[in-house]
Design a protein around this ligand. Structure first.
Ligand code: PGA
Length: 251
């Protein structure tokens, strides 16, 4: 079963970007305002230092955060709550990115709690999952991702919306991408998992592919069934690269 969902093109700037790089967003805003770009939602998750400035730049570019604390306020030096991120203009938040799972030892349970906290603050969590290269080689990719989904996706109430990002760890920032068949099989498995968990509501959850997505491979990848957009690191830092990806949609 496939369902037409508006693609989400989400940029993850990671720990990159100073104030002068906001010129890239100006270029992006101009292009999205003036050109006939394909129908899609465009989101940039900058470092938190740029969030409020970027959020005020144009309505065509949504903004999001890259992490949050599980609590809503309190004595947690250096941490930022989902509510504060929403206050700064974020509408989405990435949780459970593999870099946070690896660098900060984030567990599925913590990722689920962060996603819940984001939902409570009115944000849409983009919950990241993905296997390592050893797990892929050991034919464990699907069970590993299903286990991450079991632990990282919280229960939903009412009309709460989530996004899932499938990002094979070995494809992030390496220039390597899984072959089309592997992406197709994984995204279909994630769709099945969502329908098992959420019934018909699972049909409307967008599933992004992430990992070395760029203008030259976006057309093929974004056309795969149940790939409802992309989570893009390196190629989201330059407006022209991101526009190159956006313009492959439906081309
Ligand atoms: P990449 O990063 O596009 O640079 O591979 C993707 C991500 O980590 O979200």
């Amino acid at each position: 079963m496939t369902h037409k969902l508006t693609p989400l093109i989400a940029g993850n700037w990671k720990m990159n970007g100073l104030v002068n790089e906001l010129s890239q967003i100006e270029t992006l805003c101009d292009a999205l305002e003036n050109q006939t770009t394909p129908e899609c939602d465009v989101l940039i998750c900058p470092p938190v230092t740029l969030l409020s400035q970027m959020s005020a730049m144009c309505s065509e570019v949504l903004t999001g955060a890259q992490d949050c604390h599980v609590g809503s306020s309190g004595a947690h030096t250096g941490d930022i709550s989902a509510q504060m991120l929403s206050d700064a203009g974020a509408s989405y938040i990435i949780v459970g990115h593999s870099e946070r799972r690896a660098d900060h030892h984030e567990t599925d349970a913590l990722v689920s709690a962060k996603a819940k906290s984001a939902l409570n603050a009115g944000l849409v969590p983009i919950i990241c999952v993905g296997e390592t290269h050893a797990e892929r080689l050991g034919a464990l990719a699907i069970p590993v991702v299903e286990q991450q989904l079991n632990g990282s996706v919280p229960d939903l109430e009412g009309r709460q919306v989530i996004v899932i990002a499938y990002e094979p760890v070995w494809a992030i920032g390496t220039g390597l991408v899984p072959d089309e068949n592997n992406i197709k099989t994984m995204h279909a498995a994630i769709r099945d998992w969502l329908i098992n968990r959420f019934g018909d509501n699972g049909i409307a959850v967008r599933i992004l592919y992430g990992g070395s997505l760029k203008p030259s491979n976006a057309k093929e990848i974004l056309a795969i069934p149940h790939v409802n957009g992309g989570l893009i690191g390196g190629a989201s830092l330059k407006a022209d690269d991101l526009l190159g990806i956006i313009n492959t949609i439906g081309a």
